[in-house]
Design a protein around this ligand. Structure first.
Ligand code: PMP
Length: 377
């Protein structure tokens, strides 16, 4: 199987597997225990926090470990909104967020009466910061925006929005899940008060992630119980996964430039192969301005994407149509729907090919060759 679905998840690096398996056997103590094994485990958790903090250029006391970006998003949005309801009732997000943001703010609306604005991109798919600015109100307490979109790779104006909020009371949450480990991510530079990410998007394990938080802000915990994570998240720490996340993040940061260039080359090569003179294909790109190179969202007019996906799967290629988060069901992309409208035929055509530096040029050429064969049959 040739794996080209790296925006959904990435394979573990061998070094990550080794560090995790060592941790499973060696640091199995409970970090809350007072004895030597407990202290050793607690030391490991502290080291991971420092590694993550270094990667984000923040203080380690501003890092909260979570079970992934979904929990980090829920924690930031629910935790902040509930603790700060007295300051205002308005939340702004975009219509193209991941469901872990969209459904969470919808919950805040349905259950707690928050007034939520879902900002749509412009008709051409672009998303200038002015779209957020136009919606800001005196009672806005929270703005949540993703750094890069998981279906199209589109980069959103996170720094510009951060600047807009400097003199506004609203807290700023950034979902950096598709960018951490791929480009420099420094929450304080973009003015983020909260920033979420998930380890399995950068060759770490699933079920572990992080939330950067601005300690000056008050937010409620989601999980109550013991005193772990400074009482912000109860439960015995998932040490081996934390260790895996730290190893993966260290590798990603160390090789960031070369990995970025490699992924750019893979992206470019695929487009060249599809456009090659010998047998060019007719396709359009779902690209809306500056984008991350690890995602390529393209479409073949009148080709149903479900069928194409199945044929590619049978031929040994793993790609997707967009988000993998609707649990096996293929629903029209809410991201493309926000741009093209709900009745658009284009919602049946998109496929997402997503790369990592572990892919090879040879794999890309094979993929292009099979795609052409399938489409020309
Ligand atoms: N946000 C974005 C932008 C994502 O791409 C994803 C994963 N598809 C998530 C949040 C959720 O991550 P996880 O499933 O690891 O909680």
């Amino acid at each position: 199987m040739i794996y080209l679905d790296n925006a959904a998840t990435t394979p573990l690096l061998p070094e990550v597997v080794t560090s995790m398996s060592d941790s499973l056997t060696l640091t199995f103590g409970n970090p809350s225990s007072i004895h030597g094994l407990g202290r050793q485990a607690s030391h490991v958790v502290r080291q991971v926090r420092e590694t993550v903090a270094r990667a984000l250029a923040v203080n380690s006391r501003n890092i909260l470990f979570t079970s992934g970006a979904s929990e980090a998003n829920n924690q930031a949005l629910i935790g902040y909104a509930l603790a700060n309801k007295a300051k205002g009732n308005h939340i702004i997000t975009t219509a193209i967020e991941h469901p872990s943001v969209l459904n969470t703010v919808q919950y805040l609306h349905d259950r707690y009466g928050f007034d939520v604005t879902f900002v749509k991109p412009k008709a051409d798919g672009s998303f200038p910061a002015s779209l957020i600015e136009e919606q800001l109100r005196a009672d806005t307490i929270l703005v949540s925006m993703m750094w890069a979109n998981n279906e199209t790779g589109q980069l959103l104006p996170v720094t510009e929005v951060g600047k807009l909020l400097v003199n506004h009371q609203a807290a700023y949450h950034v979902d950096a899940t598709q960018v951490l480990g791929k480009i420099p991510v420094h929450p304080e530079e973009v003015g983020a008060d909260f920033l979420s990410a998930s380890a399995h998007k950068f060759h770490g394990p699933k079920g572990v992630g992080l939330l950067y938080f601005n300690e000056k802000l008050r937010f409620d915990a989601l999980i109550h119980g013991g005193e772990q994570e400074e009482k912000r998240r109860a439960g015995t720490e998932n040490i081996h996964s934390l260790v895996g996340m730290a190893t993966a993040l260290e590798f990603a940061i160390e090789h960031m430039d070369e990995n970025y260039k490699k992924v750019e080359l893979l992206h470019k090569t695929l487009l060249e192969e599809l456009n090659s003179d010998a047998a060019p294909l007719t396709f359009y790109k779902n690209q809306f301005g500056k984008s991350m190179p690890h995602v390529l969202n393209i479409a073949f007019p009148h080709e149903n994407h479900d069928l194409l996906l199945t044929k590619l799967d049978l031929a040994g290629f793993a790609i997707s149509t967009g988000s993998a988060c609707t649990a096996g069901t293929i629903e029209p992309s809410h991201v493309l729907e926000a741009i093209y409208g709900s009745g658009s035929e284009k919602l049946k055509e998109n496929i997402r090919i997503s790369f990592s530096e572990l892919n090879t040029i040879d794999e890309i050429k094979k993929f292009a060759e099979h795609l052409k064969l399938i489409l020309k049959k």
